[in-house]
Design a protein around this ligand. Structure first.
Ligand code: DON
Length: 304
C-alpha cells in the first residue's frame, strides 16, 4: 500500500482529460449548476488510513448512494422480511424506468433502482420514528464527520420535479405494495438523496462492507451474511443497466449516484469513492468510472 497515494495521483491525472465529455444531471434543476470541472478519489483501508487525491474533501450530493445506507438500515430492522416487497435481480433498465413495475405487479426488481429504494424508504417509514434523522446520524457516525448535512434546496428541487418517482410509488400503492403516505415517503427519499458528503466521508462510511460488516472498532454494523448479500447486490445492481460493464471494467461491488459519486468495495482490504459530476449516458459518473477502471488496473485488484 506504500505507493497508493502515488497511484491515486497518477490515475487522477490520467483521467482529467475525460472531463468535458459527459453531462451533469439536469433533471433535478438544483444539480444542474455544479462546476463540472471536479474530480476526486479517496480510499479508506482496514488499518484506519485514508489516501486521497484531487477534490476528495469537497461535499457533493450523494443521490442514489443513499440507497446503500437505507438498505443497510432496513436490513438491520427487518431481517429477511425486507424481501417481501422487493426482489434481488438486476433490472437491465434505467434507474427510473417504470415499465417493469407494471408488468411485475408493483414489486421492484431490486433495492437500488428508484422504485426499490422507495419501497425500502416506505419500510423505514413504517418502523422508524425519525427516518431522516436516523440516516444522518448513521452517516455521521460511520464517516466520523459531524458536519454532514442535507442540502434542502436540492431536496425541494427533487420533490418539485419528481413526477416519475411519484408515479412509481403510486403504482406500488395500487398493487398494495406501499404502506405509507406516498408524499411522506417521497419527501423522506428526496432528503436522503440530497445529503452531501465528500469522497473521504463516503470511503469511510462504506468501510464495514470491506470488513465483513464490522466497523474498525469491531462493532457489527450488519452481520457477515448481510454484508455478503449487500456486496452481491452492489455487483449485480449497483450501477443499474451498466452493472455488467462495471464488473467487466472495474471488477468491484459498486454504487453510483447522479451527483457523480461512485463508491466501490474491495472486500478484506479497503473501500473507495470517486467523484466527478459529469455523467455518461447511463447516468453514472463518466470520469469516475474511468478513474476506477485505471486504478483497479494499476493496482491489479478485482473480486473476480
Ligand atoms: O430519484 C432520483 O432520480 C435521484 N434522486 C437519484 C437517482 C440516482 O442517483 C441514480 N444514480 N445513478
Amino acid at each position: 500500500m506504500d505507493n497508493l497515494s502515488k497511484v491515486l495521483n497518477e490515475t487522477l491525472q490520467a483521467t482529467l482529460p475525460s472531463i468535458g465529455k459527459g453531462q451533469v444531471a439536469n433533471y433535478i434543476p438544483a444539480l444542474a449548476n455544479i462546476n463540472p470541472n471536479q474530480l476526486g478519489v479517496a480510499i479508506a483501508d482496514l488499518d484506519g488510513k485514508v489516501f486521497k487525491a484531487g477534490d476528495a474533501d469537497i461535499p457533493f450530493s450523494i443521490q442514489s448512494i443513499s440507497k446503500l445506507f437505507t438498505l443497510i438500515q432496513a436490513m438491520k430492522i427487518y431481517g429477511e422480511a425486507i424481501w417481501k416487497g422487493v426482489r434481488r435481480d438486476p433490472s437491465g433498465l434505467r434507474f427510473n424506468s417504470l415499465v417493469q413495475l407494471e408488468s411485475e405487479h408493483g414489486i421492484p426488481r431490486n433495492p437500488f433502482i428508484n422504485a426499490g429504494a422507495l419501497k425500502i424508504c416506505d419500510q423505514l417509514e413504517s418502523r422508524c420514528s425519525t427516518p431522516n434523522f436516523q440516516l444522518l446520524s448513521l452517516l455521521k457516525e460511520l464517516s466520523h464527520n459531524n458536519s454532514i448535512k442535507v442540502n434542502h434546496r436540492v431536496a425541494i428541487s427533487e420533490i418539485k420535479h419528481g413526477a416519475r418517482n411519484a408515479a412509481m410509488a403510486y403504482l406500488m400503492k395500487a398493487f398494495d405494495n406501499f404502506e405509507n403516505s406516498v408524499e411522506k415517503v417521497l419527501e423522506s427519499y428526496a432528503h436522503h438523496c440530497a445529503i452531501e458528503m465528500s469522497c473521504v466521508d463516503l470511503a469511510r462510511a462504506t468501510l464495514p462492507l470491506a470488513n465483513k460488516g464490522k466497523t474498525l472498532t469491531g462493532k457489527a454494523l450488519i452481520t457477515t451474511k448481510q454484508c455478503k448479500r449487500i456486496n452481491a447486490l452492489l455487483v449485480t445492481c449497483g450501477l443499474y443497466d451498466e452493472a455488467g460493464e462495471f464488473a467487466f471494467r472495474v471488477g468491484l461491488p459498486g454504487k453510483s449516484g447522479v451527483g457523480g459519486g461512485i463508491v466501490a468495495i474491495y472486500p478484506g482490504k479497503f473501500s473507495l469513492c470517486v467523484w466527478s459530476p459529469e455523467l455518461n449516458k447511463t447516468g453514472n459518473s463518466l470520469a469516475g468510472f474511468e478513474l476506477l477502471e485505471r486504478l483497479t488496473g494499476a493496482l491489479e485488484i478485482s473480486i473476480f
